[in-house]
Structures are given as C-alpha cells and as structure tokens.
Design a protein around this ligand. Structure first.
Ligand code: A2P
Length: 363
C-alpha cells in the first residue's frame, strides 16, 4: 500500500561531526534532497558548536537525545553502534524513519538491509529502522546482483584493501601524522590501530571472532547473503586495512552456476545503474582508489576468467568505490530518496502495511 510523502520533510544527521556524518550532509545538499529543515546531532563533545552548511547558514549542533527526534521525519545515523542501539528505537517510536550506518541492526530479522540499486523493494515493510550495509559489502553488491540474475552464483571469495577513512576522522589524522613522522625520521605512534598503518597492511579490521575471522570479514559473509536473498551463498573474506585515505578496493573471485565469459560479465556490470567498467589493462586502465574518491559510482575492472574453476564458471575482478560515499553516506541518502519517491517515509505499520506484506519483488 503506498504511503504519502510529507510535503515538508525534516531531516537529521546523527554523528554529523564525524567523517561519514559530514559526507551525509554534503550528499544531501549535492542531491538537493527535498527537505525543508536540516538538523545536526552529535554527542556532548560537539553540542552547541556551530557548523557552516552551504545554503543553510550556520547550524548549531544539538545533543542527540531521545526527545531530540520529535518532529524529525528521517534521521541518517552514523554515530557508532552503541548510539544506534540506544537512540534508533527512540527515534522510530517518535515517528522518525532511521537509516542507520552502524552494524547494530543489519542482521536483525525484519530490518531491511538495503543497497539502493540492488534490493530497494525490501524497504517497503520497514518499521522505522533501516540498515545501511557495511562499506565493503556495499560496493560488491551491484556487480554480484548482475551475476546472480544472469548466471547464478555459488561461491564468492573477497579480499579487501580498505581505506583508513572507514575508521573515522581520527584514523585519517593518524595516517597523516605517521607519514610526517616517517619523513622526519621520528617513530610512528599508533593509537587508533594496534600497529602503525603508515607503510603497512593490517589484516585486522574490527574484532576477532571465535572462528578466526574478523567481524568485518564476517559482515561481508552475512550481509551479502541477506542483501542478495541467497541465504546459502558460500562466501569467504580477508579484510585488510591499507594506508589509503579514501576508497576501498576489493579482489573478488566468483564461482557461477552457469558459464560466463569476461566479455559478457563486463556487459552485465556496465548495465547496472551506478556501475562503471574500467577495463583496458594494456592501456593501464583499471579502477584506482584515488580516482574513485569523491564519486558515488562503483568501478569494476581487471575482469578475467578464473581458470581454477572448470567450465568457464570462474570469474575474477577488481572493485573500487568511495567508502564514505557509496559505501556509506550516498547509499543512505539514496535509500531516503527511494522512501520519498515511493511514499514509504513513514513505517509500514503507520502506513497500514503488515510486516512481510506482499508486493516485494525479491530482487
Ligand atoms: P562528536 O563529534 O560530538 O563526538 P567518527 O566516526 O568520524 O569518529 O565520528 C563519530 C560521530 O559520532 C561524531 O559525529 C560523534 O560526535 C558522534 N558520536 C559519538 N558518540 C556519540 C553519542 N553518544 N551520541 C551522539 N553522537 C555521537
């Protein structure tokens, strides 16, 4: 049942002073999101400070409390899992639709976990909280959707090369300082990561789980299955932090159900909205982190047959995307755009749609 989009929308960014939160505000403005009011929320460390927002003047940062969500239609959260666990239900209970960038709600049954061009129909039954996927999972999903729909997918092995901006503003500052220290012959001091990230590669993102994987790696496993609606998909991942400021890169190996050639895969990838194929290795054309930074697109290249899998059912490729934009802020805003376009800003219960209602296409 379609809902009615409010004619005036109040939007809040929670964690507005952080790396992702600032990008969320920037993307809302760039996309001319149809809001009539913009509020910026953060912790007591920033509450009361003034932030200059182009076209909106100076906005005073407010303390994120349950009552702060009165009158807010859509809140984009990127203030850590603990804040989301505590405040997202409070916001939803006050009629606000939360799009949450933390991992707090992603695997909860009934909470949509959505990549805007992959499974937007999952948004219809939302009950006030919507989860934005992990940045590493996010950029994988558009090309994997294309393979799923065309030839089926059996197994995916992903190795990530992740930028420090995914850890937040403090990690950007730490890498800059370590580069400076190295150039000046001083010791590199690590506070954010267990070891210096400058001139290093750390196979350790988030905490280690009992199965030997890190939580970041396991997010790729479980979130991919949920987004692609493939609960039995075989997935493995190694997640590595590298001294790159912006954009995550990923080496992907896929076993498909039916045969596929690299040429057909390139055509399938290029047909997905928001995906660009850059694949001309003889002319040194392949996706690069620095080039992807600042873009909302997912770049795919180095597409080749994986000969370790028989019958032309193996494919290897390289995927790069800006982790703060498509990997976080831009996808959150794109979800908000879908909600507005389809009249789903209010939760399903407020729209009179029961959880698990029909009309979902199962993309
Ligand atoms: P603040 O700047 O007031 O600490 P990053 O991921 O770049 O480190 O940013 C984290 C963001 O989350 C910041 O905007 C930070 O606000 C915000 N934040 C952290 N803890 C809370 C909290 N308890 N309530 C609201 N916002 C929070």
């Amino acid at each position: 049942m379609p809902g009615t989009a409010p004619s005036t929308l109040t939007v809040a960014v929670v964690g507005a002073t952080g790396a992702v939160g600032r990008t969320m505000t920037q993307v809302l403005l760039e996309k001319r999101f149809p809001m009539t009011s913009l509020r910026l929320l953060a912790s007591e460390r920033s509450a009361g400070k003034s932030v200059a927002v182009p076209g909106w003047g100076d906005i005073t940062v407010e303390l994120a409390t349950p009552d702060a969500f009165e009158g807010i239609d859509i809140a984009l959260f990127s203030a850590g899992g603990g804040t989301s666990k505590e405040l997202a239900p409070e916001a939803a209970g006050r009629g606000c639709t939360v799009i949450d960038n933390s991992s707090a709600w992603r695997m909860e049954p009934g909470i949509p976990l959505v990549v805007s061009q992959v499974n937007p129909d999952d948004l219809e039954a939302h009950e006030g909280i919507i989860a934005n996927p992990n940045c590493s999972t996010m950029q994988l999903m558009p090309p994997m959707m294309a393979l799923r729909d065309a030839v089926g997918i059996e197994r995916m092995v992903v190795d990530t090369y992740q930028a420090v901006s995914g850890t937040g503003h403090k990690a950007i500052v730490e890498l800059e300082e370590q580069v400076r220290a190295h150039a000046e012959g001083r010791p590199k001091v690590a506070n954010v990561y267990p070891y210096p990230i400058g001139f290093n590669a750390l196979p350790h993102i988030d905490v280690f789980l009992d199965n030997g994987y890190t939580k970041e790696e396991w997010k790729v496993v479980t979130e991919s299955r949920k987004i692609l609606h493939l609960p039995d998909l075989r997935v493995s991942c190694t997640a590595v932090r590298v001294p790159v400021f912006m954009s995550h890169s990923e080496a992907v190996h896929v076993e498909t159900t039916a045969p596929i050639t690299p040429d057909r895969a390139r055509a399938l990838f290029a047909a997905v909205p928001g995906v660009v194929v850059m694949d001309d290795p003889t002319n040194k054309v392949y996706p690069l982190a620095e080039q992807a930074a600042g873009s909302d697109l997912v770049f795919v290249g180095r597409v080749r047959q994986d000969p370790s899998i028989p019958d032309e059912r193996g494919l290897a490729f390289w995927v790069v995307s800006d982790n703060l934009r498509k990997g976080a802020a831009s996808n959150a805003v794109e979800i908000a755009e879908v909600l507005v376009e389809r009249g789903w800003v209010a939760s399903a219960s407020r729209r009179g749609v029961g959880a698990g209602a029909g009309g979902r296409s199962g993309a």
